[in-house]
Write a protein that binds this ligand. Structure first.
Ligand code: AMP
Ligand code: FE
Ligand code: FE
Ligand code: ZN
Length: 297
């Protein structure tokens, strides 16, 4: 019997809030028996080239992606974008705006922490986020860990940084429906990341919301994710089947930055992956953009 192809379509490197450089991430995936890997750093394509070189060296198939910070009905939502032309100006502009929002939020976050008696300065966070283009709350969390205020990122979020928490500050995020269109116009294809994760779950992403997104051109939903329990996975799978959305499963690996998210802990079925690649190819042809190809396919 031929062993099944192992496909993990959502991982982070240290170009955002993962702890592994892109090349090491690919090597780690290879060592774990992953055949097809997507690099999906938050709001940046910065790791693509390094990951692609490592993938070629090791014989791993690499799908270049981005996890884009979006907003839908007033709530933060993460959108996985695969294979868009990274030079498409509307996409470049939106990502720049999001990254700028990440940077300009930092002083406000630190001021809130100071108000709670915790003194951290910008340079501490810059150092913690050394390789990252997309800096964020996890890097602030790392400084809190280094200073002994909390034991790990999880505790930093629980006590201070979680949405609505005492040191939480909102930042700019792109309109979700507009971004689905933008990625399509860039020759790529979109999958909604962990729509029912407890941190993000909100009523707007019910069946009707997902139907609206499917109509806008969303290709798939991430069903198998550590933040979805068995009941949520089943219900989402049913809705996806109804709406003809492709089902994916992924680890959302962040290196040492996220516990219980080891690479390959959830995977995507090969037929689902092939459907996604075909949709991306169709989008690329329709857009007239020179979208990137899957590396090593
Ligand atoms: P930001 O991008 O700055 O808004 O921070 C959100 C990121 O923090 C997410 O992408 C997660 O990777 C991470 N995160 C959110 N909640 C937690 C948590 N409870 N423990 C560890 N990391 C978390
Ligand atoms: Fe993250
Ligand atoms: Fe996410
Ligand atoms: Zn993620």
């Amino acid at each position: 019997m031929v062993s099944p192809v192992r496909i993990d379509l959502h991982t982070h490197s240290d170009r955002s809030d993962g702890t592994t450089p892109p090349a090491d991430l690919v090597a780690h995936a290879h060592a774990f028996g992953i055949d097809v890997l997507a690099l999906t750093d938050h709001d940046t394509t910065e790791g693509w080239a390094e990951a692609a070189a490592a993938a070629r060296r090791l014989g791993v198939t690499l799908v270049p992606g981005i996890e884009i910070s979006c907003r839908f009905a007033g709530h933060g939502v993460h959108l996985l974008a695969y294979l868009p032309d990274p030079t498409f100006p509307p996409l470049v502009e939106e990502l720049a705006r999001i990254l700028d929002g990440r940077r300009s939020r930092l002083p406000a976050t630190l001021a809130k922490l100071r108000g709670l008696g915790i003194d951290i300065d910008t340079d501490d966070v810059r150092r913690a986020a050394a390789g990252a283009v997309a800096m964020g709350r996890p890097h602030v969390a790392d400084v809190l860990v280094a200073k002994g205020v909390v034991r790990n990122r999880e505790e930093a979020f629980d006590l201070f940084l979680r949405t609505g928490g005492p040191a939480y500050v909102e930042r700019y995020a792109a309109d979700l429906v507009a971004m689905v269109h933008t990625v399509a116009a860039a020759g790529g294809m979109t999958v909604l990341a962990h729509p029912w994760a407890s941190r993000h779950h909100h009523e707007a992403l019910d069946r009707d919301g997902l139907a609206r997104l499917a109509e806008a051109g969303l290709a798939g939903v991430e069903v198998d994710h550590q933040d979805h329990d068995a009941a949520a996975r089943q219900r989402l799978r049913d809705i996806a089947a109804d709406l003809d959305l492709v089902v994916t499963g992924s680890s959302d690996y962040h290196g040492a930055g996220k516990l219980d998210h080891e690479i390959g802990c959830n995977t995507t079925a090969q037929d689902c992956y092939e459907r996604l690649v075909a949709l991306a190819r169709a989008a690329a042809a329709a857009s007239g953009r020179s979208a990137p190809a899957v590396v090593g396919a």
